[in-house]
Design a protein around this ligand. Structure first.
Ligand code: AMP
Ligand code: ZN
Length: 465
């Protein structure tokens, strides 16, 4: 497989450090709010990469962190008058709900920064011992110029960076490019004790430490959105390589940004959507399908028309598998015919096209086109006159390839109209009997199945979400 490596700016053959195994780290969210649809892009893209590597037979150790101590979390905790921990735990739970809806596989490990402070203190101590970091008034800084290769990922030159940096730099630093590894607490902030001060770690050190603890000093793939290249990933490289004396990650992968109607998504522009908001209108499978219809290194534009187009695209696949399942029941013969082996050969070729697209730096856009071509073959050439073996082959192929992309290609078992009417009647009876627990239970059950109830003067109306 070829992967575009931000470090070398080239597509390179993927050769893992250890045969048959992949160690992969994806920078996770800062948990102070519901995730937005931009955050969903790296989740979906790198989950698809993981699924593809697993399909190829690799054992993938996939680590993604939660940044659960941060200024934004603390600010929100103060606003709500609760602890920072309560905020981060709440949004970790909400993150998991969204990840499940997006069909993102759970990570092998999901470490939280606040549970890894000892490791951070250790790494910072080593960096100080080796002359790569220094303490001033309880703050520890990384001595950026001590790491000669600084700038190798972002292709930035340290002297130019320094020339461009404002003078509004704290006097404590030896150099404006030095960055914080540990900072003392401010009044009311959560803190941990350390040899330097009661305080908390800087953001960059957490990924260097968690990656080392759960995956080892050297890993295969380190990934995230392109905004992380500088300074976050550049600083991670400096910390890890200065500490361990080894190359940190072999392949650095970055997804391009998602924009809204060709504009940067921002809360102040009123063009900001959480994944949760989208889930009220669409199945999150549609959002996943939408994200994968573009190559991960191209910017992707989000708007209502494009989401509708994705919904229709996904429906075409769902309808094909639905029909094939019915054909399978209706088909009489088991025996595959000579003519049918031709169709299987055609499907095999399209399967190869899918693989070739994925091998080429995870080209999910072309991989989806290959699935559509199989759907076309299914719609035009497969009927109940065919053998069960052929029908099963075509159906399995669509399901398997969709699954590699994390797309569930089977229609969810929905409720029939009569079943819905009956449940609504049961709910009305429960209400009459003042059994509100039961009536709520039925309403929630219907909601789970995508049925929305509306109490009107004429009675209860319902619609499918
Ligand atoms: P954050 O919580 O801001 O650190 O973001 C979590 C992940 O989402 C990082 O990998 C970011 O690079 C990525 N990300 C944030 N905004 C966008 C966006 N608009 N499009 C694509 N990726 C994004
Ligand atoms: Zn990180």
């Amino acid at each position: 497989m070829k992967i575009y490596n931000t470090l070398t700016k080239k597509k390179e053959e993927f050769i893992p450090l250890e045969e048959g195994k992949v160690r992969m780290y994806v920078c996770g969210p800062t948990v102070y709010n519901y995730i937005h649809i931009g955050n969903a892009r790296p989740m979906i893209v790198f989950d698809s990469l993981r699924r593809y590597l697993e399909y190829k037979g690799y054992e993938v150790n996939f680590v993604s962190n939660f940044t659960d101590v941060d200024d934004k979390i603390i600010k929100k905790a103060i606003e709500e008058g609760v602890s920072a921990n309560e905020i981060s735990e709440r949004y970790i739970k909400e993150f998991r709900t969204d990840a499940e809806g997006l069909n993102v596989l759970p990570a092998t490990y999901n470490p939280k920064a606040t549970e890894e402070i000892d490791g951070m203190v250790d790494m910072i101590s080593t960096l100080i011992e080796k002359g790569h970091a220094y303490e001033k008034n309880g703050t520890v800084y990384f001595r950026t110029r001590s790491f000669e290769e600084y700038g190798k990922l972002s292709k930035k030159n340290i002297d130019e960076l320094e020339a461009g940096s404002r003078i509004a730099v704290s006097e404590e630093k030896e150099d404006p490019m030095d960055f914080v590894l540990w900072k003392p607490k401010k009044e009311g902030e959560p803190y941990w004790t350390s040899p330097w001060s009661d305080g908390r770690p800087g953001w960059h050190i957490e990924c260097s430490v968690m990656s080392k603890k759960y995956l080892g000093e050297q890993i295969d793939i380190h990934a995230g959105g392109e905004d992380l290249v500088f300074p976050h990933h550049e600083n991670e490289i400096a910390q890890s390589e200065a500490c361990n004396g080894k190359q940190f990650a072999k392949y650095w992968m970055h997804n391009a940004f998602l924009n809204i109607d060709n504009k940067k998504m921002s809360k102040s522009q009123d063009n900001f959507f959480t994944v949760r908001e989208i889930s009220e209108k669409y199945s999150l499978q549609v959002l996943r399908f939408f994200m994968l219809s573009a190559h991960y290194r191209s910017p992707i534009n989000f708007n209502a028309d494009l989401m509708e187009a994705s919904k229709n695209g996904l429906d075409r696949i769902l309808t094909a598998t639905y029909n094939l399942e019915h054909l399978l029941e209706a088909a009489a013969s088991n025996e595959i015919t000579q003519a049918e082996t031709q169709i299987i050969a055609e499907i095999d070729e399209l399967n190869e096209k899918f693989d070739a697209a994925m091998e080429d730096d995870l080209n999910t856009a072309d991989a989806i086109s290959a699935i559509f071509e199989i759907v076309k073959v299914a719609n035009s050439k497969v009927s109940s006159d065919n053998s069960k073996e052929l029908i099963r082959n075509v159906l399995d192929r669509i399901l398997k390839l969709s699954d590699i992309l994390g797309i569930k290609a089977e229609k969810e078992e929905g409720l029939l109209d009569e079943e819905i009417e009956q449940l609504i009647q049961d709910r009305q009876n429960a209400r009459k009997n003042k059994d509100f627990a039961k009536s709520d239970e039925i309403r929630n059950l219907l909601l789970e199945k995508g049925i929305i109830l509306e109490d009107t003067r004429e009675g209860v109306r319902w619609k499918r979400a």
